[in-house]
Design a protein around this ligand. Structure first.
Ligand code: SF4
Length: 387
């Protein structure tokens, strides 16, 4: 998307490039009309360039859907299954290792563990399956699979297991350099009526606890699921507030809802491309130095417009595994991603699942990391700096 002649002072006199905008200004900017949108994008891009230069990153990953059983029923989810439903599956350790090893051969450095939240609480079948392999809970099994990947491959685990207690954040942080939980929205929305793990206050508590433990953390918004524009700004501000207090948010994902025939929300309107651009731009102006990411596969063919709105990261891209959350939306080929990124004057660079600026914080936590993880982080950083 082309931006017009930069005319910031005239259109947005209360925006200074590099200074975080206020709540009130954000409420206004997220509603700009199509005529003012190019100026908003120009301000966001100038801000991104000031703090992130022309660098755009991505993480080469394998996607490991450890189990798609889940005790929640989110209105937009095609990933989750009940036991016995077609496609219901919990991966075995051999399956986990096979995917991780195949990814390692293709230059991946991230093992993204995505899974349903606490399925054993409502499904006896999951309790039996876990007992069969020797674990008390899905989190115990996840911890063991992170250890397995660390022990047998060069990949670094990045788990996304849902809500976590203080104890489980510490346990998983021993075996993974970063972890994630999408906040989605700070507003309770109808799509989460049957999802006890999507209560915003509980998700904020998990993210805050990770901050207290200084764990590099990925979070973000899912937009277009019933929230208002004001809710979106409020969600961004909640994340900003947590980051100001604990300094641990390593990236914010702005993800767009996509309607699919098999979901409860099949007739719900999708957010427009302009919605994505406005939300990304406002996120950049609220948090000028933040790593901001948008998934390219959910906005084909025009995903490269997000570069104009101030993103500096494409997230995890896999040369091997599909996006199991959105399997009908394949990631663009890495060559394509590179061409599109460079066509807008940027440099595309591979990163680890922990951003470079958060590695020193991990070094400070060294006594809390498993020996394997400490060695793996050191080796991965060395390999990346030599690349
Ligand atoms: S989005 Fe996550 S928590 Fe919600 S139903 Fe799907 S797997 Fe479960």
């Amino acid at each position: 998307m082309a931006t017009s002649v930069f005319n910031l002072e005239t259109v947005f006199p209360d925006v200074q490039i590099g200074d975080p905008i206020s709540r009130e200004v954000a409420y206004r900017l997220i509603r700009v009309n199509d005529q003012q949108l190019p100026e908003l994008l120009a301000a966001a891009l100038a801000t991104k360039r000031k703090f992130k230069s022309n660098l755009i990153t991505y993480s080469r990953k394998v996607f490991i859907p450890l189990t798609n059983l889940c005790r929640d029923y989110c209105g937009y989810c095609t990933f989750r299954r009940d036991p016995g439903q077609p496609g219901a599956h919990t991966m075995t350790p051999d399956e986990v290792l096979a995917v991780a090893r195949a990814g390692e051969k293709l230059g991946c450095t991230e093992a993204l563990f995505s899974l349903g939240d606490k399925p054993e609480l409502i499904f006896p079948e999951m309790r039996d399956a876990l007992r069969h392999v020797g674990y008390n809970s899905t989190l115990h099994y996840l911890e063991a699979m992170c250890e397995l990947v660390l022990r047998e491959t060069l990949l670094l685990p990045h788990p996304n297991p849902g809500l976590l207690s203080t104890e489980w954040i510490a346990r998983l942080a021993r075996v993974s350099p970063s972890m994630g939980l999408m906040l989605e929205s700070t507003k309770h929305l109808a799509c989460h009526d049957d999802a006890p793990d999507k209560i915003p206050a509980k998700r904020l508590r998990t993210i805050e606890e990770a901050g207290k433990q200084k764990v590099p953390f990925t979070t973000g918004l899912l937009i277009g699921i019933g929230e208002t524009l004001k809710d979106r700004v409020d969600t961004l501000l909640s994340i900003r507030d947590l980051h100001e207090r604990y300094g641990h948010i390593q990236e914010i994902i702005i993800q767009n809802f996509r309607a699919k025939p098999e979901i409860l929300m099949r007739d719900h309107a999708e957010p427009s491309h302009g919605d994505m651009l406005r939300t990304i731009a406002v996120a950049r102006l609220l948090m000028p130095e933040m790593n901001i990411q948008a998934p390219p596969n959910l906005s084909l063919p025009n995903y490269d417009d997000f570069l104009d709105a101030g993103i500096n990261d494409w997230g995890g891209i896999s040369p091997l595994t599909p996006d199991f959350i959105n399997p009908e939306k394949p990631w663009p080929h890495l060559n394509q991603l590179q061409l599109r990124t460079e066509a807008k004057g940027n440099i595309l660079r591979q990163r680890l699942p922990v951003y470079p600026e958060f590695v020193p914080a991990l070094t400070e936590r060294k006594g809390l990391l498993s020996e394997k993880l400490a060695i793996a982080i050191g080796a991965a950083c060395l390999a990346r700096s030599a690349a």
